[in-house]
Structures are given as structure tokens and as C-alpha cells.
Design a protein around this ligand. Structure first.
Ligand SMILES: NC(=O)c1ccc[n+]([C@@H]2O[C@H](COP(=O)([O-])OP(=O)(O)OC[C@H]3O[C@@H](n4cnc5c(N)ncnc54)[C@H](OP(=O)(O)O)[C@@H]3O)[C@@H](O)[C@H]2O)c1
Length: 244
């Protein structure tokens, strides 16, 4: 039986991905800060799901990942879905810094731990949910968009490093557009997708071992044009709903 670990599976996209893998008969290890949400999900398939309360911003998260791997009897696929995001036009430092702690520091802590595990094991599949927000710097959400660019670049770097080290790790960088989850805080966003649809697209892309998954096709087109906008023009564009 295949085994997946999902960090950030207490709500939103991570939770929906966990449900699909459980339905597909995988052993599923889930983590997040809200222990009661983890237990609720475990009750839906107690023989398949293992849980581990975890805060990625704490040092002990690395040991907790190891504990979860042991409970699950190993790990074939690692998916990092944990993340926070805020619009922060007032540039409140505490908001910027907490975003960096979770999306950069916590991300690095868990991704390096998963990389080392796969390196020791002689292979595996390492996937993260970043965002299309990493494509360009968004004025309404500076730390969020910068943290997502960090994640994109980090995975590019690890993909090269693993080849240099001749470690057969498959990498997938998942970049969704707007998804109707708690992250968006019930504000209005265009081209909103349902977390269930996004989770289905993620599972499909992961089964094909895709290196990069942009969800959905409308966002692929949007990102294509975003990339073509010259920097001098980009900086003059008032983009208001920039949290993705
Ligand atoms: N919604 C969107 O429009 C959108 C678009 C593109 C990318 N994304 C990305 O998708 C990922 C999932 O977000 P979502 O939309 O599903 O939002 P969500 O429902 O708020 O889920 C976020 C998950 O991250 C976990 N998390 C947050 N801080 C954590 C911490 N310190 N330690 C451990 N887990 C933590 C949360 O669990 P606890 O609170 O229980 O810890 C929760 O399970 C994020 O990385 C987000 O940036 C979202």
C-alpha cells in the first residue's frame, strides 16, 4: 500500500487531497496545528489515517515528521500544503514576519527533512503547494508573494541538487490560482475554484509525476501574460486581489 504524508491537512486543499488518497486506498499521514481536525479526519478511516499535531514554525516539527513517518511505516509521497497568507496593504510587520516564519522557515524545515528522508531511502516524490502568486511581486501581499517565489526557486534548486547527488527524487511544484478556502478569508476573488476540484487536479498531476502543475487552465493563460508584462509597467498596475 502506498503512503503519503500531507502537512497542512486540517482544512482547505490539503484536507481534500487527504480525502481523495484515502478513498484511493493509500495510507495517509496528516499533520497540522489543529489536533481536533486531524482526529475528525482520522475517524473517517481509522485503519488508513495516521495523525501528528505539528506546528511547522517550531524546531520539533522535524522530529514530529519522523514520528509520523514511523506511524505510517514509511513515506512514498510527501506533500507540503501548510501555508498562511494575508493582504497587507498597511505593511504591518507582524503579518509580514509571521508569513515568512510559516511559508519560508517552516517550509524549508519540512522540505529539507523530507529531502533527507528520501535521500536515505534512495528515492521518493516530494511535492509542495506554492501558488501562481510567486510569478510576480504583488503589492497587496508582499510577504505572501515573495514567500511563494522562494518556494518556487527552492524546489527548482532541489531538483538540480538531487540530480547532482544522483538521488532519484521526483519534484512537483503545484501552483493554484484562487481557491475558496479559509486562506482567502471570505473576501471576493475572481475565477474562484472549489478546493475539491483543485484537489482532484493535484492528485491527477501527482500520479503523472508532473514537475509543475498550474491550476487551472485559465490561470495558465493568466500567468503566461503576466510573465510578459515588463517590470516598469507591472509596478504601475493597481492589482487589488493579489492573494493566491
Ligand atoms: N486558497 C488559495 O486561493 C490558494 C491559492 C494558491 C495557493 N494556496 C496555497 O495552498 C496551501 C493550502 O492553503 P489553503 O488554501 O488550503 O488554506 P487553508 O484552508 O487555510 O489551509 C492551510 C493549512 O495550512 C496549515 N498550517 C498553517 N500554518 C501552519 C503551521 N504553522 N504549522 C502547520 N500547519 C500550518 C493549516 O493547519 P492548522 O491551522 O491546523 O495548523 C491548514 O491545514 C497554502 O500553502 C496556500 O498558500 C492557496
Amino acid at each position: 500500500m502506498k503512503r503519503i504524508i500531507i502537512i497542512g491537512a486540517t482544512s482547505g486543499i490539503g484536507e481534500e487531497v487527504a480525502r481523495i488518497y484515502t478513498q484511493q486506498g493509500w495510507r495517509v499521514g496528516i499533520a497540522g496545528r489543529r489536533a481536533e481536525r486531524l482526529e475528525d479526519l482520522q475517524k473517517t478511516a481509522p485503519h488508513q489515517i495516521e495523525v501528528q499535531p505539528m506546528d511547522v514554525t517550531t524546531e520539533k516539527a522535524t522530529e514530529e515528521l519522523q514520528l509520523l513517518i514511523e506511524k505510517l511505516g514509511g513515506m512514498d509521497l510527501f506533500l507540503l500544503s501548510s501555508g498562511i497568507g494575508y493582504q497587507n496593504t498597511s505593511l504591518t510587520p507582524a503579518i509580514e514576519l509571521s508569513t515568512v516564519h510559516t511559508n519560508v522557515q517552516g517550509f524549508t524545515r519540512l522540505v529539507t527533512a523530507a529531502y533527507h528522508y528520501f535521500q536515505q531511502q534512495g528515492g521518493g516524490h516530494l511535492a509542495v503547494i506554492s501558488s501562481i502568486a510567486g510569478t510576480k511581486g504583488l503589492g497587496v501581499a508582499p510577504a505572501y508573494s515573495a514567500s511563494k517565489r522562494f518556494q518556487n526557486t527552492y524546489i527548482d534548486s532541489l531538483a538540480q541538487l538531487s540530480r547532482m547527488n544522483k538521488t532519484p527524487i521526483t519534484f512537483t511544484d503545484i501552483r493554484p490560482g484562487f481557491v475558496a478556502t479559509a486562506l482567502l478569508k471570505e473576501e471576493r476573488y475572481p475565477l474562484l475554484m472549489k478546493p475539491q476540484e483543485v484537489a482532484a487536479a493535484i492528485v491527477k498531476g501527482l500520479s503523472r509525476k508532473k514537475r509543475r502543475i498550474v491550476i487551472d487552465g485559465r490561470y495558465k493563460i493568466l500567468v503566461f501574460f503576466w510573465r510578459m508584462i515588463p517590470q516598469w509597467l507591472w509596478e504601475r498596475l493597481p492589482i487589488h486581489n493579489g492573494l493566491t
